[in-house]
Ligand binder design. Structure first.
Ligand SMILES: [Ca+2]
Ligand SMILES: [Ca+2]
Ligand SMILES: [Ca+2]
Ligand SMILES: [Ca+2]
Length: 360
C-alpha cells in the first residue's frame, strides 16, 4: 500500500514537471454551424489545440479539403465533432452539402512558439591579476536556441577606475539561430605601479534581442588583484657633512688628523678659558690652561680596530682639580664624545675603550 502511494505521488510529480517544461497548454476552440456558415470561418490555433464544431441548424457535415478530418455524412442537429491538430499548416474545410454557396472555413495551425532562451554570465564573480593584461568572461545562452538573438555586455566602475585599472567596454554579443554555444567577451586590464586594494569592475548584460531574456546572473563582478608592494620608505638622510680637522693653537688633530680634540676649563674663582693644544706624537697631545710650561691635561686616541676590540679608544690624564670639559670628534663620521671632570675634583683618569664604534 505504501509503495503504491509512493508511485502515485511520483507520477503526479513527474506529470507536474512535464507540464511545467512543456509548451503552452493546448486549447480548445469552438466553431458553430448555423445558417449555412461556419462561425468563425477563420480560426488561428497552435499545434496541439483542438476545434469542436457544433451544428446548431441545418443539414451539414465538416470535412477537410485535404481529407485530414471528416465528421461523417451530413446530418441535422444536434451533433458535435472535435479534431485535434498535431501539425502546423493551413487546413481549409467545407460542408459537403453547402460549400458551393460559401459554407467553407479555414483553420490556421501555427507551429510551437520559438524558444529563444536567455543570456547570462557563466560566473557571477571572477578575478584577474593586474598584470594579466586581458580577462575573458564566458556568456551562456540557455533554455532555448530558436532564432538569432543578442545581448549587450558592458563594464562600469566598481572600486576600479576605467582608463586607469581597465578599459571600459560595451559589446553586442550575437548568437545565430540554433546556436547555444558559449561566447567569450574580454576586458582589458591595465597594469600600474600603485599599491592599491583589490578593485572591482561591475559587469552587466542588457538589451536582449530576438525574444531572448536575461538569465541569472545578468550582473557579475570582476576583481582585479593588485600586484604592487607598499612604496619603500625613503632612504635615510645622508650624514651631515663633516669638517676636516684643522690643527690650531686650541685644537689637536690626532690619528692622521682624523680625531679632533679640544678642551675648556673653569676655575673655582670663575676663570674660564679654552685649553691650548700641543701635539706630542701622531696620537697623543697635551693642553695647558694658564701658562705654557704648566701642563694640565694629556690625551690620546688609539686605533684598536682589530678583533676583539674594533673600537677607537680615548684616554686622558689630568694634573689639575679645575673643571675640564673635553670634546672629541671623529671627523670622518661626525661622531662625537664629550668628557667632564668636575670642579674641585682631582682629575679622574679617562680610559674609554668603547669611545668610537666607527672602525672602517
Ligand atoms: Ca585603482
Ligand atoms: Ca590598478
Ligand atoms: Ca602593478
Ligand atoms: Ca596596482
Amino acid at each position: 500500500m505504501h509503495r503504491f502511494s509512493f508511485n502515485l505521488l511520483n507520477l503526479a510529480f513527474l506529470c507536474g514537471l512535464l507540464a511545467l517544461a512543456g509548451p503552452a497548454r493546448a486549447a480548445n476552440f469552438n466553431v458553430v454551424l448555423s445558417s449555412n456558415v461556419f462561425v468563425p470561418s477563420v480560426l488561428n490555433i497552435n499545434v496541439g489545440d483542438s476545434v469542436t464544431w457544433t451544428n446548431q441548424g441545418g443539414f451539414h457535415n465538416v470535412e477537410a479539403v485535404s481529407g485530414l478530418f471528416n465528421s461523417g455524412p451530413p446530418a441535422n442537429p444536434p451533433w458535435t465533432f472535435t479534431f485535434t491538430f498535431t501539425t502546423p499548416g493551413t487546413v481549409p474545410y467545407i460542408c459537403i452539402v453547402h460549400s458551393a454557396i460559401g459554407m467553407t472555413g479555414v483553420i490556421n495551425v501555427a507551429g510551437a512558439p520559438p524558444v529563444p532562451g536567455s543570456i547570462r554570465f557563466a560566473e557571477g564573480a571572477s578575478t584577474v591579476n593586474e598584470a594579466a593584461g586581458i580577462k575573458a568572461l564566458e556568456l551562456q545562452r540557455i533554455g532555448g536556441s530558436d532564432g538569432a538573438v543578442s545581448a549587450t555586455f558592458s563594464t562600469a566602475n566598481g572600486s576600479a577606475t576605467a582608463g586607469q585599472d581597465y578599459t571600459a567596454t560595451t559589446t553586442v554579443v550575437n548568437w545565430g539561430d540554433g546556436d547555444s554555444s558559449s561566447k567569450n567577451v574580454t576586458v582589458m586590464i591595465l597594469e600600474d605601479t600603485l599599491d592599491e586594494a583589490n578593485e572591482t569592475v561591475a559587469l552587466s548584460l542588457s538589451n536582449p534581442t530576438g525574444g531572448a531574456s536575461l538569465g541569472n546572473p545578468a550582473n557579475a563582478t570582476l576583481t582585479i588583484i593588485d600586484n604592487d608592494d607598499a612604496t619603500p620608505p625613503p632612504p635615510p638622510p645622508p650624514p651631515p657633512p663633516v669638517e676636516p680637522c684643522v690643527e690650531d693653537a686650541e685644537t689637536l688633530c690626532l690619528l692622521d688628523d682624523r680625531f679632533e680634540v679640544t678642551a675648556l676649563f673653569e676655575t673655582n674663582q670663575g676663570q674660564t678659558g679654552v685649553a691650548q693644544a700641543i701635539e706630542l706624537t701622531p696620537d697623543t697631545g697635551y693642553f695647558w690652561f694658564f701658562t705654557e710650561e704648566n701642563v694640565e691635561l694629556v690625551v690620546k686616541v688609539r686605533n684598536a680596530c682589530v678583533n676583539p676590540f674594533n673600537r677607537f679608544w680615548f684616554f686622558a690624564g689630568g694634573l689639575t682639580n679645575v673643571q675640564v670639559d673635553i670634546m672629541v670628534t671623529d671627523t670622518e663620521t661626525g661622531a662625537t664624545k664629550s668628557y667632564s671632570n668636575p670642579l674641585n675634583t682631582p682629575f679622574l683618569p679617562i680610559t674609554d675603550t668603547d669611545a668610537f664604534n666607527t672602525c672602517p
